[in-house]
Design a protein around this ligand. Sequence first.
Ligand code: PLP
Length: 494
Amino acid sequence: MSHSTAGIPEDSIEIDLDPKNWEEFRQLGERMLADMLEYQASQRERPTWTALPEGLRESFLGPVPHHGEGAARAYEDFRRRVLPYATGNAHPRYWGWVRGSGTPLGMLADMLAAGMNSNLTGQSQAPVLVEKQVVDWFKDLFGFPGGASGLLLTGGSVANLNALAVARNAKAGYDIREEGLQGPRLRIYASTAAHTSIRRAVEILGLGRRSLCLVPTNDKQQMDPVQLQAMIKSDQGQGMRPICVVGTAGTTDVGAIDDLQLLAEISSRHGLWFHVDGAFGALLALSPKHRQLVAGMERADSLAFDLHKWMCLPYEIGGLLVRSEVEHRETFALSAPYLEAIEGGAAVDEVAYRDYGIQLSRGFRALKAWLSIKAEGIDKFARIIEQNITQASRLEALIRAEPELEVMAPVGLNIVCFRFRAKNLQDADLNELNKDLLVKIQESGVALPSSTRLAGQFCLRVAITNHRTRLSDMDRLVTEVLRVGRYLLARSCL
Ligand SMILES: Cc1ncc(COP(=O)(O)O)c(C=O)c1O
């Protein structure tokens, strides 16, 4: 082997990760695309969910491959072992937790974004302008001022974390970035029905769980404003420092919306930060029919929202708006010599997104929102939200018409909690029966509700954030629940 002066063998072959044969690769790509479009188009014909078959788990235990098998074989393996065993949320009768169903255009947009592989840290590039435009659209839709800041994130949990970081720094009364946590205990108020991501955020931010004050809810699962004020007063009396009220627009369990006007009033009266967790409920602002439900949200200091839930865009995409651009930036911004912007060069920021969150490198998730809103128009998304609410009330009516079924919480939005019942059964037996029922329904592949417990009572929970659901799917679910419930009841001889 001959060597150059730099010690590199002259006859060595330099390698890269591009295909050796572009034509073959193009054919594989076309096949992948055709397969995934077919997968999307034929959702209704497949089971909602398929349990992992025996041996599948073990098949993922192999060691790291040191030599590649080629893209075609790896793809075949994906088709065989991964694709059929997904969560199922692309299916029209998937209503578990709060999961969006994804869209074909969103899927293609993610491919385009990955193809460009832009890093949206900031700098001088059109993708940053795309994100800025999407954020501007949502500022407008949610009634936030033009000077507010915002960015797209991975989802509601991260948006809540970012928002509470800003709230903590803005309201602590001293320089937390410099000093770390000092002095009196800071207090954040959220209802007992608030999402767990609020608790996680409080813990991660170093405030300690005792800084989160969970305010009881009324019979509609809304934060009780009288108790909130009493708790703020009592905390102040004990030398603690209240800093933030978290309102929820759409609680996870039942879709309740706090009285956001009132919470905005109370926060402002006490000089507190007002954050709204609107992971899915914020999107109600798109609908002229339902926007009243979230009135007051536009007064928030910060607002978390998701686009992978009720806008059905593929995971992951959520967003955060912060009324005060300065307070937002001051929580995260840092400079470094390697980030210096030199006039006229590539490093000059259109928006320095890295200064508004914890990520330095950021993906082009904005593209799927931008393309989808341009292609469909925002009104179409509003109509889908309205359609899901109509479907939930249809389900409620069907349940109320069946003596063997029971609605377990008021249905205000898109979430229906219910259970199968039998006259002679006590709550403990009903809980067991309904657990079995849920598993059987999920395993049947007909539909996929999830569950919750309301006042200790186990319920089936249908949360419709799905553009593929049709009214007739509600009838199908009720028929199946009755069939399986009766079967289980007869089998158990209870
Ligand atoms: C009210 C609420 N907030 C926050 C979240 C968390 O959102 P994500 O799953 O996008 O992190 C959820 C998820 O269901 C939610 O319902």
